[in-house]
Design a protein around this ligand. Structure first.
Ligand SMILES: [Zn+2]
Length: 297
């Protein structure tokens, strides 16, 4: 290790030199560098991760400045890519870090190739079902654990939800389909081409325009902290990672789930280790793949 190990003294007290060495040697992919992903990138860099693949095609807007750690008003004025903000935060902690940014949608050959290659572990910090589906298939096919985070805030004047959850999907053990975290009908509609969307809307069915979800910095930080903590468990071996951790903010409680793989799960049973044969790049083409799980397979 070329850098002084002293900076990790307080962590070594927690998980030992061997644990720290493993952390420093782990390569990470982060998909989605919004409210949660920005925290994940920041925490991982302070922990000692120095090799990142960042995937995001979005730019900073003024409405992000309530929660996007590292972002400035200048970033919003310059319409800076969100992944450039995360890259700056990482390099601030570790000037020698290797950060490969792919300023493209997950549905691109570049994004899929980058994730299939370097990273040992992938963080999903996305806000839609189709990205969760693609990441689930990709991580199973290339044998990489996927740590997926999401927040949920419901404020409809009645009962309010204010919480989130983290899923640790290890290939063949558990996935986001097993966890019921992918609505396949929603994913299907998100994956349609513009022409397919118009055709469906002319027929008068389907989802309406997606409204922005509420997002609060403190909740993003809790969920990102849970995701990075499960990552720590996975890498250092301090304990087995939990398949699902849920935070229920209205009651102030954390819950561990004892969920298991579903016997008939297509991803866990059929895609693990299939690499190119799994055909993840079919998602890089416009329009709806004809062989989505639960469809014609
Ligand atoms: Zn599964």
């Amino acid at each position: 290790m070329s850098e002084p190990f002293d900076r990790y003294n307080r962590q070594i007290l927690a998980f030992g030199e061997d644990g720290q060495r493993r952390l420093c040697g782990t390569k990470v992919g982060i998909v989605g560098l919004g409210g949660i992903g920005a925290f994940v990138a920041q925490m991982l860099s302070y922990l000692g991760i120095k090799d990142f693949v960042l995937i995001d095609d979005d730019i900073v807007e003024e409405s992000n400045l309530n929660r996007l750690v590292g972002a400035s008003i200048e970033d919003a004025r310059d319409k800076a890519p969100k992944l450039e903000v995360a890259k700056r935060v990482i390099l601030h902690a570790h000037p020698q870090a290797i950060v490969r940014g792919v300023f493209k949608n997950l549905r691109s050959e570049e994004a899929i190739d980058s994730l299939a290659q370097a990273p040992d572990i992938i963080f999903g910090c996305v806000d839609n079902d189709s990205a969760r589906l693609i990441l689930s298939e990709l991580c199973a096919a290339y044998n990489k654990p996927l740590i997926d985070s999401g927040t949920e805030i419901i404020n409809d004047g009645g009962y309010q939800e204010f919480g989130g959850r983290v899923i640790v999907a290890r290939p063949g053990d558990y996935c986001l389909l097993c966890a019921d975290q992918v609505d396949l009908e929603v994913a299907r509609q998100e994956l349609e081409s513009d022409r397919e969307k118009i055709h469906r809307q002319v027929l008068g069915y389907g989802l309406g325009e997606k409204m922005p979800d509420p997002s609060v910095v403190s909740l993003n930080s809790i969920v990102a902290g849970l995701a990075v903590t499960e990552f720590l468990m996975l890498v250092t071996g301090l304990r087995e990672p939990l398949r699902r951790v849920t935070y229920k903010g209205m009651r102030g409680v954390f819950r561990e789930s004892t969920d298991k793989k579903k016997n008939n799960c297509f991803i866990c049973n059929s895609l693990v280790g299939k690499r190119e044969q799994a055909g993840i790049k079919r998602y890089a083409r416009t329009g709806l793949p004809t062989d989505l799980p639960g469809g014609q397979r």
